[in-house]
Design a protein around this ligand. Structure first.
Ligand code: AMP
Length: 285
């Protein structure tokens, strides 16, 4: 496994691999790696010949007052995780090299970014799309892997890649959870014991809502009320949004049918967590 800190090092290595006809799989991350990230790496290793992992806490996707400064970082741990998941190259760009003085270009995906996290985190997806576009240009992967945990991000990246004719296959990977259901997240490290217990309200509410859909409930309002009641049961949990949307367009729907996303964001104490459930709902009932 090699590490690189500059764009030139990455380009040199990747072009050598490409000359050999090897296919590149890429997993962009912000580090503090957990089993969710590992699942992306495993998927990449299965599909591609070489795995590139990037570790970059991207200041452009954090809003004022968000947790950029205190976002957890642990390079030694991350390197060990990359090594055991057979990464070939770990790229640690510096903020200065990604955003040098005079940097004035950004990538914005419209419509899909208006609701859900885009509404409560203005500018977030502009930062995500810009950095992912840059990383794609640097790494030029054949496949890139993103978690369904960040469902809106996955939809936005798919849109960007298609709209800008990027020759990259975007692969979505299922949410990896703790044994008790909490979606794995680097931000779970912020939770104290009481908040950690309260945070289960997110996955628990989604599981109950899923069950109701499976039993035949098709009205969004009813499912939304269930999710709201589930979150309201925990005093430490303050919902940011509860949305039931078409999984493709991310537009709200009145009746559940087809590919549907139940999406939540909530503050648990001061920590903002997201979770979701992607359902394929038959028209029956
Ligand atoms: P992050 O380091 O939080 O920016 O995440 C990097 C990638 O890992 C993104 O594509 C995330 O969607 C994905 N990811 C994070 N947590 C999970 C999880 N629990 N399950 C699956 N993928 C995840």
């Amino acid at each position: 496994m090699q590490t690189a800190h500059t764009v030139e090092e990455v380009r040199e290595l990747v072009s050598k691999w490409k000359q050999q006809g090897l296919r590149i799989g890429f997993t962009p991350t912000m580090g503090y790696l957990h089993e969710g990230h590992e699942s992306l790496m495993r998927a990449a290793v299965a599909d591609a010949d070489k795995l590139v992992v990037s570790i970059f806490v991207n200041p452009m996707q954090f809003g004022p007052g968000e947790d950029f400064e205190r976002y957890p970082r642990d390079t030694e741990h991350d390197l060990a995780v990359c090594l055991r998941n057979k990464a070939d190259l770990v790229f640690f760009p510096s903020v200065e090299s990604m955003y040098p003085p005079g940097f004035h270009t950004s990538v914005e995906v419209e419509s899909l970014t208006e609701r859900l996290c885009g509404k409560s985190r203005p500018g977030h997806f502009k930062g995500v799309c810009t950095v992912v576009c840059k990383l794609f240009n640097i790494v030029s992967p054949d496949f890139a892997y993103f978690g369904q945990k960040d469902a809106q991000q996955l939809a936005v990246i798919r849109r960007m890649t298609a709209d800008l004719n990027m020759p990259i296959t975007i692969v979505g990977c299922p949410i990896v959870r703790e044994a008790d259901g909490l979606a794995k997240s680097s931000r779970n490290a912020y939770l104290n014991a009481e908040e950690r217990r309260a945070a289960l309200a997110l996955s628990r509410s989604l599981a109950l809502a899923e069950q109701a859909v499976r039993k035949g409930e098709r009205q969004s309002a009813v499912i939304r009320d269930m999710l709201q009641a589930g979150l309201a049961g925990e005093a430490l949990v303050r919902p940011d949004y509860i949305e039931i949307v078409d999984a493709g367009t991310l537009q709200p729907i009145e009746r559940l049918e087809g590919e549907v996303l139940l999406a939540l964001a909530a503050y648990v104490g001061k920590t903002r967590l997201i979770d979701n459930s992607l359902l394929t709902v038959s028209a029956a009932y």
